[in-house]
Write a protein of this length. Structure first.
Length: 370
């Protein structure tokens, strides 16, 4: 028995004919940029996220960057986010001209610790970027309250949380705007690179639309310098076909997560994911904590079980952020979790037999650890 970390082939096989029909039409009409599939995907994804506006772009990283640019982030402006996230979150803040301000994570949910946000706010703070990590949403109500009191915007990093819910509200519909990634391994994955911005704010949406296309609303009439951050028609068509299946895929992920919990709750030495009552998670990843994580990972690998690390080095301790001069010990929860986190195989097509096999392997490995 084997358990790969991801299975990107099976869903594409099932949808191949449908996707190829769209791609053939795009080839025949040569509508490679923009066109009906882009419009259709933007409409459908906006509906799926319960927002007024969706702007499809070239990646999740670009989605974040375009939002910050549209919000006129400037040198000296501080943006609050977490050190346990993918570097794209902070790359976008810096590259849009802002300053990164980290706040530690909650030890149970691994999302931003809302009790620590206020202490990080200064007169230069402009916004908060909660990251809905591993498919679970940050505790948005307290964040909304803080943002209101200090007049800050909220940009959701929803790159791991397609169609997740917080108290019945969809990821991407709560903040001023949100960024989604359709990198192939995400819950909704393109056949290449793509991302999207969602928002209720029509003015912001219009600004992002113009920024994504060289700052032009009319061809060769540039309101400002923008970017080439468009989403191409081939990706939009594939995403439209796949979007129909995301609710069912998320349901399968939740079933798989429950199966893992059923098997692993008796195994000593494992910290299971804690899902808050307020959240309907979408399990982009199924992340546990174990002692001697690297040994466990190697032993699982020997048994054909592939795992991942999200994320092994906290961002404030990365070489890329040496210049921020943030000492070790600054974010103790993140630092304590980083060497213990282990992402198990998680995708809709994972079988009960594979989950049972992964669990048995873990039991065997952890049982022999002392
Ligand atoms: C994947 C991801 C991104 C970046 O998305 P890309 O499409 O790869 O640019 C940003 N933030 C988080 C939390 C992610 O997981």
């Amino acid at each position: 028995m084997e358990a790969p970390f991801l299975d990107l082939k099976t869903p594409n096989r099932a949808l191949k004919a449908e996707i190829m029909a769209c791609w053939e039409e795009i080839l025949d009409t040569a509508h490679f940029v923009g066109g009906k599939y882009l419009d259709l995907f933007e409409q459908e994804f906006a509906k799926a996220c319960s927002v007024k506006e969706c702007i499809a772009v070239s990646s999740g990283t670009d989605a974040l960057k375009l939002i910050f640019k549209a919000l006129e982030l400037q040198s000296g402006h501080e943006v609050i986010t977490v050190p346990n996230t993918f570097i794209a979150t902070t790359e976008a803040i810096s590259q849009a001209g802002g300053t990164i301000k980290f706040v530690d994570i909650d030890p149970d949910t691994y999302t931003i610790d809302v009790s620590k946000i206020e202490a990080a706010i200064t007169s230069n703070t402009r916004g908060i970027v909660p990251v809905h990590l591993y498919g679970q949403m940050a505790d948005m109500d307290p964040i909304l309250d803080i943002a209101k009191r200090y007049d800050l915007w909220i940009v959701e990093d929803a790159c791991q949380a397609h169609l997740a819910e917080y108290k019945g509200r969809r990821a991407g519909s709560i903040g001023r705007a949100a960024a989604f990634s359709f990198y192939p391994g995400k819950n909704l994955g393109a056949c290449g690179e793509a991302g999207a911005i969602t928002t209720h704010d029509r003015e912001l949406a219009q600004k992002v639309r113009v920024l994504r296309d060289h700052g032009q609303a009319r061809k060769y009439h540039h309101e400002y310098e923008g970017y080439n951050d468009r989403c191409d028609a081939l990706q939009a068509a594939a995403l439209t076909v796949k979007l129909n299946h995301v609710p069912q895929w998320n349901e399968m992920r939740r079933k798989n997560a429950q199966l893992y919990v059923d098997h692993l709750q008796q195994v000593a030495g494992i910290t299971l994911p804690v899902i808050s009552k307020y959240c309907l998670p979408v399990f982009h990843l199924f992340v546990i904590q174990v002692d001697n994580r690297d040994r466990v990972m190697t032993e699982l690998d020997k048994r054909g079980v592939k795992t991942g690390l999200h994320y092994p080095i906290p961002l404030h301790l990365q070489k890329a952020y040496q210049h921020l001069k943030i000492p070790v010990g600054s974010f103790p929860v993140t630092e304590k979790c980083a060497p213990r986190l282990l992402s198990l195989p998680m995708y809709p097509e994972l079988t009960p037999a594979q989950i049972s096999y992964v669990s048995d392997c873990l039991q065997e490995i952890l049982g022999s650890s002392s």
